[in-house]
Design a protein around this ligand. Structure first.
Ligand code: NAP
Length: 655
């Protein structure tokens, strides 16, 4: 017998089949804001009428990642689609329409292909159906779990950010005992830590959210950090996990006890006292971008004014009318610069490397009330809208990032398509900087696009052109009591120094000390910055330990890390369910399985743009090996993590 766990119930919320009573005028007004290709799919779902998948209604393929809401259809056809949707929704509201059952996967593939105007390969269909909330992503118990085994089983989860909340929600649904240990006083992980001006996500929110808890109320297409943090807190509350989170409890070390096959975890409790907790399975959900990277710049301690990292923002430090220095030009700097420049007397930005930045039409756009109504109330609308984002912002780009050995201009791009991207981004930059040839010379990168993480232009170029902003590209020699001295001997005074210098992305799971079987420490296995793990999740020598968002699971080419977290949690939960039902005490990844996986992964990375010779980025460790991002398509990683194969593990059963 298969026992389903409960996420189906929530996922149905995205695709409910009734709508609240609303006037015809109200529905018509909302439909004016509709994305037409999405509406066509809704019509097909609600009527089963195949004509909505054929000419003259077939949307045109949009090559830009930003969807054209008209689907490229003539205005008269759009009007016809909206008018039909109005009648259908009215009929549904009045109880005059009973939608047919969900179509089969072949029809879904056709619908998906029609919706975005290009062939969606069949391998994507099940992954997308999960993203759309039409199929559950949670695993099922292979057999009813023996009551005694499940009662004795305990899981400790370190961290209450996106991954920790996702894991806790699903362990709870499965009825498995868990506790979350969170060093902060509240939830949210990176979205709690990062409070700098305009902090936000550069993945569209309707995709960057749990598939089993969609949110129709995002204020923008790229909402800001406080809204994402509030969403995560709401999720935690609705999932009923809050009473299982121990706040202000920092994990210091964890040791595997082979005799009992349990992890002994040392924590600093809220009162400062140390305590040891114990669990069968330990899940690290500490993220990759959570420990600020402090630059090794001489004189950092000599600066007399306030100096702080973007992820430790000092809201008590006034910036208005002051001279502000920002060191670093990554995603954080690009987000905060325009706000700081608008308030400060002067802003001096110290740039070590220039950045490629893309424009985004939706970046500052608010979601209209009509669109929110459709997302909330129209059956299947949210799911299909999410599909369009999940398709556009996922694997398409990866194909364009492979180094072509025959390409004659590796100094500027890795292949012909990458070169076309470079041309378009260069045009954009030249247009944005206009007459300022001094800035063009400083801002035009000399490495291929996507060699470093691509950024969304938050009015960066506009900000650089302001009279009160200076972009300094000379090397920083040192900080002095009054400001920043560059290698040319010039000192620019500052009242406040902001370090936008990124995170310890290559020192995974740091600084917690993990000691595995035979007393081996994870740090000695990995060295300072050379982490690797099978599927990014599990490490030989460290039984019953799983790391969510572990080595090589970040995304350099697209996608939502929330989707990756859900895939990983499914895999880990699958392992735990199997352990419980099969009477397994410990599983430990086989060395050869891990080695083979890592070798394949390294070989893939060696073909990609971010390992271009001489290129430095936070994906790579000091030796140049990529430890942070994955080289796989999302659909590959989704498939790898569908279900555990215990042949990959040494399995120890209860005696
Ligand atoms: P980052 O991308 O690592 O950028 C750090 C910046 O500091 C780089 O410009 C780096 O220069 C510079 N830097 C580092 N050490 C320096 C030194 N000693 N002297 C001078 N400059 C130095 O960090 P981040 O901007 O915080 O972003 C990290 C990642 O977090 C992002 O890529 C993204 O994944 C995530 N994030 C996302 C968002 C978003 O969604 N929009 C926002 C913030 C963060 P080099 O390039 O020369 O190393």
């Amino acid at each position: 017998m298969l026992v389903r766990i409960g996420l189906d119930r929530r996922s149905i919320d995205m695709n409910h089949q009734t709508i609240p009573v609303a006037s015809r005028a109200h529905i018509a007004a909302a439909l004016a804001a509709a994305d037409v290709p999405v509406l066509l799919m809704v019509l097909h779902h609600l009527t089963g009428d195949h004509r909505w998948l054929d000419a003259p209604y077939r949307p045109v393929r949009e090559i830009s990642i930003f969807a054209d809401e008209s689907g490229g259809l003539p205005p008269a056809v759009q009007d016809e689609v909206r008018a039909a949707a109005l009648d259908i929704l009215e009929a549904l509201q009045a109880g005059r329409l009973t939608p047919p059952p969900l179509p089969d996967r072949a029809t879904f593939q056709k619908m998906m292909s029609v919706c975005v105007g290009e062939l969606i390969p069949a391998e994507y269909v099940p992954m997308m159906l999960e993203e759309m909330g039409l199929e559950a992503r949670a695993p099922t118990w292979p057999a009813p779990p023996p009551a005694a085994s499940i009662a004795q089983f305990e899981v400790l989860i370190i961290g209450a950010g996106v991954s920790g909340i996702c894991a806790a929600a699903q362990f709870r649904e499965a009825g498995i005992r868990y506790t979350v240990l969170e060093k902060n006083a509240t939830l949210g992980g990176t979205w709690h830590d990062n409070k700098y001006p305009e902090v936000g996500c550069d993945v569209p929110n309707h995709f960057y959210s749990f598939s089993f808890r969609p949110n129709a109320d995002w204020s923008g297409y790229y909402s800001k950090g406080d809204e994402i943090e509030a969403y995560l807190c709401r999720c935690a509350e609705e999932f009923g996990i809050l009473d299982r989170v121990r706040f202000n409890t920092e994990v210091l070390s964890a040791r595997y006890d082979e005799r009992t096959a349990r992890w002994q975890v040392t924590v600093r409790q809220p009162d400062g006292e140390l305590a040891t907790l114990s669990a069968n399975v330990l899940v690290s959900a500490t993220g990759q971008l959570n420990r600020p990277k402090m630059p090794t710049i001489e004189g950092l301690a000599d600066f007399e004014g306030p100096l702080f990292h973007t992820a430790r923002w000092r809201s008590d430090v006034p910036l208005d009318g002051r001279r502000v220095a920002v060191i670093g030009t990554g995603a954080s700097a690009m987000q905060l610069a325009r706000s700081v420049a608008a308030r400060a007397q002067s802003l001096t930005i110290y740039q070590r490397s220039p950045q490629w930045a893309v424009p985004s039409v939706d970046y500052h756009r608010q979601v209209s009330d009509g669109k929110k109504w459709l997302l909330r109330h129209v059956p299947f609308y949210m799911g299909w809208y999410r599909f369009t984002l999940a398709w556009r912002f996922s694997d398409q780009l990866l194909r364009t990032l492979e180094r072509d050995p025959a390409w004659p201009h590796p100094e500027r791009a890795v292949n012909a398509r990458n070169d076309r991207h470079r041309e378009r981004l260069t045009e954009y930059l030249l247009d944005a900087l206009g007459e300022r040839s001094d800035l063009v010379a400083k801002c035009l990168p000399d490495y291929p696009p996507y060699g470093k993480r691509i950024l969304i232009d938050n009015d960066w170029f506009k900000t650089l052109k302001r009279d009160n902003v200076e972009l300094v590209t000379d090397d920083i020699a040192r900080l002095t009591a009054q400001g920043v001295e560059t290698a040319d001997g010039v000192t620019r005074e500052a009242d406040v120094v902001i370090l936008a210098t990124g995170f310890e992305a290559t020192r995974l799971l740091w600084p917690v000390e993990f000691t595995g079987r035979d007393g081996e420490s994870l740090r000695s296995r990995w060295g300072d910055d050379d982490a690797s793990a099978y599927l990014g999740l599990t490490v030989p020598g460290f039984p019953n330990l799983f790391c969510l968002y572990g080595p090589n699971t970040n995304l350099g080419h697209g996608g939502s890390i929330i989707m990756i977290a859900e895939c990983q949690v499914r895999y880990v939960l699958g392992c735990v369910m199997k352990m419980i039902t099969d009477g397994v005490q410990a599983i430990e990844c086989r060395e050869e399985v891990c080695a083979d996986y890592v070798a394949r992964l390294d070989a893939e990375h060696a073909k990609l743009v971010w390992t271009s010779p001489g290129l430095d980025n936070w994906y790579r460790n000091k030796a140049g090996r990529v430890v942070s991002v994955m080289p796989w398509r999302l659909v590959d990683y989704w498939r790898y993590t569908l279900a555990p194969d215990f042949d990959d593990y040494h399995v120890r059963r209860y005696a």
